[in-house]
Design a protein around this ligand. Structure first.
Ligand code: 6R9
Length: 651
């Protein structure tokens, strides 16, 4: 979140493309012209050029019933075939697909031929477990090659994966399993994080415990051995991945599915307590992933070593670790652990070790690296890097410039990429070698993408003005729905400005050149270290604790993580005397971690007597944010009781 918008808008540093970079760049300015002249023709060309179709499509877009889009609908393809077999068939089987680095320092390099062979066996395994096209499979795993094998195997058999981030709690797993109606769950015993094995299987056992939550739809749990930690096994339900894989036939023919066949569901936070299952389909999604990965990251698959630090539990891991890079036949690095394990600067060691050329990370990590100082990256050889990317939240100009200077040797372009779980792929970004860069601005919609900033009535604002970000034309990788909730899909994204304009939920501003600066969410969604968290979801976790009467959560500006979670809690009268405020706060922080996951744990829990409310009973989060950020409290005239803020301040 930009701490100071005025600061941002007076940012005048500019970085023109380097002539040498431009000379060999994948993208060129002509892309914009071609897309402008014939948008649908442009997308059809991308879909034909970057994706292999079993049956070619003849129809590009059906938008006769917005917001329900169909892209390339009469074409058929297999997404996993596109990421694997076709590279092997084209003689590129020996190219490394994944350089995997485990946190303790173990590593494996896997070629396209090897990855294809593994996925074929895993596809046979899933079919053997009764998984058929359209079935849902939940994946709850650390970042190890088997996680990617599992995703691709699910895609290969036409089933739908729903990856649940490995840091999420048993409660979160269960609500996603139930919502998706998952038949199989793939997990690991544990994974390495911060120098220790962090167990995963116990959370799965707790999530599926019928005595606590009732019976679930999950019939089989497949467990990959990674952490070596002891795990409980439920007989008849749990199976070891290795045992199953050993029995599988090596061959598996990928069957083609329709372009609109569902590929995955990924749950993301919304403005209410219940996460939304964002649904993506096959042909359009893969086209968007491959097109953006190639052009935004200037991918030269024969020579580049690409690394996105995202976990597969987030959309960035889906589009820019799995589908985009593999569809494009890239060689990439994946790393299991945290940036500072066992030593600060582990990321830079990984870059040096593999000669990473393209690096994609979140501003929060860049700011954390800034804090520990430039000496740490300066002591590594980062000279292989030629392009840097940023995603997840606005990157403040100081962090941008530090990133370029210290990580990018003062020379690499930086692409600040704006997009969402819902958009499936990057929507707004500079094109390296083409665009003159402005630190702090995501800048321009990609060729083929139609973005605008509008006022509350949907009227486009002029240059130099701010408003709400919208996408005005459908795009191939757009979400196709919210799993099981069409009404919420239409209401959330397609109602504010009519059924054919996508409302993103972000505030934005156009500068005098018409370039776009993102200003953060306009709804009750917070952004902590680039992860989306809902205030409502954390509030509902808090009030589920017996000592809590009422709770309000705000995102407070935080130097490193962008925002941090601050909770204001009123205790039940009966409890208030039995615990100190410190004890209550500690118990509640742990409770949220247990209910949702450690990333949702409030930085601060303030025990208060009252919450500021309007006469209609709405909590005035704006005032709580003032308190949380240590500011002078703003206008309190609409409060039902104007003395409340005094009490909170003093309390
Ligand atoms: C890819 C991803 C989406 C929200 C989005 C916005 C914020 C993402 C950004 C950015 C400014 C960028 N966001 N990238 N804000 N500049 N380059 O992060 O998806 O987890 O769904 O979050 O993240 O607020 O609306 P997701």
């Amino acid at each position: 979140m930009p701490d100071n918008i005025d600061n941002l808008l007076t940012e005048t540093r500019r970085f023109a493309p380097d002539a040498e970079f431009t000379a060999s760049a994948v993208a060129d300015a002509g892309l914009y012209e071609r897309a402008r002249a014939d948008r649908l023709g442009f997308w059809a060309d991308q879909a034909r050029g970057l994706v292999s179709w079993e049956k070619p499509f003849t129809e590009v877009l059906d938008w006769s019933n917005p917001p329900f889009a169909k892209w390339f609908a009469d074409g058929t393809l297999n997404v996993a075939y596109n990421c694997l077999d076709r590279h092997v068939e084209a003689g590129r089987g020996d190219r490394v697909a994944l350089h995997w680095e485990g946190e303790p320092g173990d590593s494996r390099s896997i070629t396209y031929a090897e990855l294809t062979a593994e996925v074929k066996k895993a596809a046979n395994m899933l079919e053997g477990l009764g998984v058929r096209d359209g079935d849902r499979v939940v994946i709850y795993m650390p970042l190890i090659p088997e996680a990617i094998v599992a995703m691709l195997a699910v895609a290969r058999v036409g089933a739908i994966h729903s990856v649940v981030f490995g840091g999420f709690s048993a409660e979160s797993i269960r609500s996603r399993v139930d919502d998706a109606g998952a038949k199989v769950l793939i997990t690991a015993d544990g994974g390495w994080r911060k120098g220790v094995v962090s167990p995963l299987k116990p959370a799965v056992d707790e999530a599926l415990d019928a005595t606590v939550h009732g019976p679930s739809t999950v019939e089989k749990v497949v467990v990959v051995k990674r952490g070596g930690n002891d795990v409980a096994f439920t007989s008849g339900r749990d199976l070891w991945w290795d045992d199953l894989m050993q029995e599988q036939a090596a061959e598996h023919t990928a069957q083609a599915f329709e372009a609109e066949h569902p590929l995955f569901i990924l749950y993301t936070s919304g403005t209410t307590g219940k996460p939304k299952g964002i649904l993506h389909t096959s042909g359009g999604y893969l086209t968007g992933a491959a097109y953006t990965h190639r052009n935004v990251f200037d991918l030269h698959p024969e020579t580049d070593v690409y690394w996105s630090t995202a976990d597969i539990g987030w959309i960035t891991g889906h589009t820019y670790v799995v589908y985009g890079p593999l569809a494009n036949g890239a060689t990439q690095v994946i790393y299991e652990g945290t940036p500072d394990s066992p030593v600060p600067g582990r990321w830079w060691d990984v870059i040096e070790k593999y000669g990473v050329t393209i690096f994609y990370a979140a501003p929060t990590a860049i700011r954390a690296a800034m804090k520990t100082g430039r000496q740490i990256p300066a002591s590594r050889d980062l000279s292989s890097l030629r392009l840097l990317g940023s995603v997840g939240e606005p990157i403040n100009p100081e962090a941008w410039v530090w990133y370029r200077d210290v990580i990018g040797a003062g020379a690499t372009p930086i692409v600040d990429t704006w997009w969402q779980t819902e958009t499936g792929s990057i929507m707004i970004s500079a094109l390296p070698g083409v665009t003159t860069l402005k630190p702090g601005s995501a800048q321009v919609p990609l060729p083929g993408v139609a973005v605008d900033v509008v006022d509350d009535h949907g009227v486009p604002v002029g240059d130099g003005e701010g408003g709400l970000l919208v996408i005005t034309e459908p795009w191939p990788s757009m979400l196709r729905g919210i799993w099981g909730d069409t009404e919420r899909f239409v209401d959330t994204y397609w109602s504010k400005f009519g059924r054919s304009v996508y409302f993103a939920g972000d505030g934005a501003r156009k500068d005098d050149d018409g370039d776009i600066w993102l200003l953060g969410r306009v709804d009750d969604v917070m952004n902590v270290s680039g992860h989306r968290l809902s205030t409502a979801e954390i509030e509902s976790a808090l009030v589920s604790h017996p000592i809590v009467a009422e709770a309000a959560v705000v995102g407070a500006a935080d130097e490193t993580t962008g925002q941090s979670v601050v909770a204001f809690v009123i205790l039940r009268a009966s409890q208030a005397d039995t615990m100190t405020p410190e004890e209550a706060a500690a118990a509640l922080r742990n409770h949220v971690a247990h209910e949702i996951g450690a990333i949702a744990k409030p930085r601060t829990v303030m025990i208060v007597q009252e919450l500021p409310k309007t006469r209609s009973g709405k909590i005035m989060r704006r005032l709580l944010r003032d308190v949380a950020e240590g500011r002078e409290i703003g206008d309190t005239t609409t409060l039902a009781d104007t003395t409340v803020m005094q009490a909170i301040r003093v309390g």
